[in-house]
Design a protein around this ligand. Structure first.
Ligand SMILES: [Zn+2]
Ligand SMILES: [Zn+2]
Length: 292
């Protein structure tokens, strides 16, 4: 018996099942988030599902289902396995890095936290970023919480290793937090980066240096998701840096009436961009004529 008959999981639902221009699908919860894995082929959520042994982030109820789904799954499966292996290989190198000044080996994953980027760590960072992106792709298509969490973990760790993480690395985490229905964290995180210029650099670096693997490093205020992100953040000095969070505020032609709306629209924008379909005019809106 399928436990979720009333709300069966939809493979690739984000791509196929929703009319993006008409359906306000965010009402405080991401309805596509699946707490438990399910068979990616027949969508059954039963006990005893088997995990794909190559990528570890796909589940099937039977060998037949796995075979049936293989055409769809093959590329991403290969990619996840390859990038995970790359990351592990690069990790071996930086865990045993020879420091010519001290004539000793050191583990850069411990000694360089916060100030990580360098020619020595470049390949590791790149490999881990690729893996985080692959996991995002699988999580995005199938909505399984465990896979979102894995992707979140890698992005969050990349951000912890580099206290001044580049924009490209910063902007994905809030989306993942939203997909996981962790809106307060998403809001706090966005606010943190938009106020980053005002923070004390030395203090930030110390916090990163002293942190442990997996630790969340951004201040969280309970229920802050109900605040207005535009009032919470200073006028943007560096528009390029703020653009991924503000969306079209970069061009000064889109404003949101509330964080919820902002989140919705940002999600919407993101999903639309990903699908290369929605005309941008439906995404743009102003405080007076908010889409919601
Ligand atoms: Zn199945
Ligand atoms: Zn696989």
């Amino acid at each position: 018996m399928n436990q979720h008959d009333e709300n069966p999981p939809q493979a690739n639902a984000r791509h196929e099942e929703i009319d993006w221009l008409k359906t306000p699908y965010y009402d405080g919860k991401d309805t596509l988030l699946k707490q438990q894995p399910y068979c990616y082929a027949c969508k059954d959520q039963i006990a005893g599902l088997k995990r794909c042994s190559r990528c570890n982030v796909a589940w099937y109820c039977s060998a037949e289902c796995q075979k049936k789904h293989f055409e769809i799954h093959r590329e991403v499966c290969k990619q996840v396995a390859k990038d995970r292996k790359n990351m592990e290989q690069e990790a071996v190198v930086i865990r045993n890095w020879y420091n010519e000044d001290t004539n000793a080996f050191e583990n850069l994953l411990e000694t360089r936290v916060g100030d990580f980027p360098s020619p020595d760590t470049h390949d590791y960072l790149e490999a881990r970023h690729c893996l985080a992106d692959d996991l995002w792709d699988v999580a995005y298509d199938f909505g399984v919480k465990e896979v979102w969490e894995k992707s979140r973990f890698h992005y969050q760790e990349l951000l912890r290793l580099d206290a001044k993480s580049p924009v490209l690395l910063r902007y994905r985490l809030p989306y993942i937090l939203l997909y996981l229905n962790r809106d307060d964290e998403a809001f706090s995180y966005i606010r943190y980066w938009l106020n980053f210029d005002k923070l004390d650099e030395e203090e930030i670096l110390t916090r990163h240096r002293q942190s442990r693997e997996g630790e969340w490093l951004y201040p969280i205020e309970p229920n802050c998701r109900f605040l207005d992100i535009f009032q919470e953040c200073p006028p943007i000095k560096n528009q390029r840096e703020a653009a991924p969070f503000y969306g079209d505020r970069y061009h000064q032609d889109a404003y949101c009436c509330s964080p919820r709306c902002y989140f919705t629209c940002t999600r919407f924008r993101f999903d639309s961009n990903r699908r290369h379909q929605a005309p941008t005019s439906t995404i743009h809106h102003s405080r007076n004529a908010c889409w919601y």
